[in-house]
Ligand binder design. Structure first.
Ligand SMILES: NC(=O)C1=CN([C@@H]2O[C@H](COP(=O)(O)OP(=O)(O)OC[C@H]3O[C@@H](n4cnc5c(N)ncnc54)[C@H](OP(=O)(O)O)[C@@H]3O)[C@@H](O)[C@H]2O)C=CC1
Ligand SMILES: Nc1nc(=O)c2c([nH]1)NC[C@@H]1CN(c3ccc(C(=O)N[C@@H](CCC(=O)O)C(=O)O)cc3)C=[N+]21
Length: 300
């Protein structure tokens, strides 16, 4: 079998189009422009790239984009003051503090200082609790993007065996909650899981969020399964020339695509959907803040 390629880049463009339509209506009918603030601490080059492309796409859909770049030695007090001022700013509807933060800063403290209504990453403990109890919340962007692609590909997820590899707070755990919410039978695998290949072989849906280049190979995959590859790993690519690199996922694309029914590529899969969902969450937050109807199909 050769898997259907789930085109995250095209799907994300469609989602951004829906976001842009909603933004235009908010402006015309209500004179409101949704605003997204991104806070970046330090000079991590990979983070800089994400921040730049987020900023560009935010402006493209017609929203206001604000960036706060703080140097790596910024004190916790100063960072908390920036978040506080964004919480109080009526023109800002979404706040994202880029992770990871430099080691001297307490991530939990900083994330939980964001107004939960503006927490477009869905990392605040209030949003985590709301999601876990099936209540309306801000849903983390990467798992939301994965869920949208899965719902688009499957008529129903109900009763499917889903295995999520990885148990981080930003991807693995919220992904498992969303799949459970759609009535999958969910298993979370991690670094201590015994016989992980056998666990994954039982899955109709595999979501890999590990951070290990090409760890999952085709012989782990049940024939016909759907494979969502969250991993973003930069590896050396001497075949492209000296010192060159390329991006690969946590799944070995070639061998998995031979067995799977459908698979997301890296790049062009989950990554673009993450950014599209961030914009969608910002519009959702803006609508909720103003007591207006939310865009349909852009939340979990
Ligand atoms: N496309 C996108 O938009 C995004 C992509 N990413 C990418 O997704 C990947 C995961 O990110 P994140 O969740 O933040 O990573 P973390 O490092 O926070 O978590 C990795 C998880 O993988 C598990 N793990 C590590 N090694 C193994 C192994 N050998 N076998 C099984 N499980 C293992 C860990 O288990 P344990 O808990 O036991 O240590 C942990 O739960 C990364 O490549 C990251 O770059 C992340 C966010 C967004
Ligand atoms: N508070 C916070 N929220 C996040 O959502 C968050 C974060 N911190 N820290 C870093 C990770 C990583 N992340 C990505 C988003 C998009 C792509 C993406 O668009 N990738 C492109 C390729 C980009 C390239 O070529 O480098 C793709 O996969 O096609 C990748 C990774 C969000 N993260």
């Amino acid at each position: 079998m050769t898997a259907t390629v789930i085109d995250g880049k095209a799907f994300a463009a469609k989602v951004r189009g829906q976001v842009a339509d909603h933004v235009a209506r908010l402006k015309e009918d209500h004179g409101i422009t949704p605003g997204l603030a991104v806070v970046l601490v330090g000079e991590d080059p990979a983070s800089q790239v994400y921040v730049r492309s987020k900023g560009k796409m935010t402006v493209e859909v017609g929203m206001k984009s604000v960036e706060h770049r703080l140097d790596a030695e910024t004190s916790e007090e100063d960072l908390l003051a920036v978040v506080k001022s964004l919480n109080a700013d009526p023109e800002i509807h979404g706040i994202l503090v880029q992770l990871p933060l430099p080691g001297h800063l307490n991530e939990d403290l900083v994330i939980n200082s964001i107004d939960p209504a503006k927490d477009v990453d869905g990392f605040h403990i209030s949003n985590v609790g709301l999601l876990g109890t099936g209540q309306k919340s801000m849903v983390p962007c990467t798992p939301l993007g994965c869920l949208m692609m899965l719902r688009d590909h499957h008529e129903s997820l109900s009763g499917l065996n889903a295995v999520v590899i990885g148990r981080s707070n930003i991807v693995g755990k919220p992904m498992a909650q969303l799949l459970l919410g759609d009535s999958c039978t969910v298993t979370i695998a991690h670094s201590r899981t015994k016989d992980i290949q056998d666990v994954v072989r039982g899955a109709d849906v595999v979501v890999a969020a590990v951070g290990r280049p090409e760890m999952v190979t085709g012989d782990w995959i049940k024939p016909g399964a759907t494979v969502i590859d969250v991993g973003i790993n930069r590896i050396n690519a001497p075949e492209k020339g000296e010192g060159k690199t390329r991006l690969v996922g946590d799944c070995d694309y070639e061998s998995c695509a031979e067995v799977a029914g459908a698979i997301t590529p890296v790049p062009g899969g989950v990554g673009p959907m993450t950014i599209a969902c961030l914009l969608a969450n910002t519009v959702t937050a803006c609508c909720r803040a103003n007591g207006l109807a939310e865009p349909e199909g852009l939340t979990a």
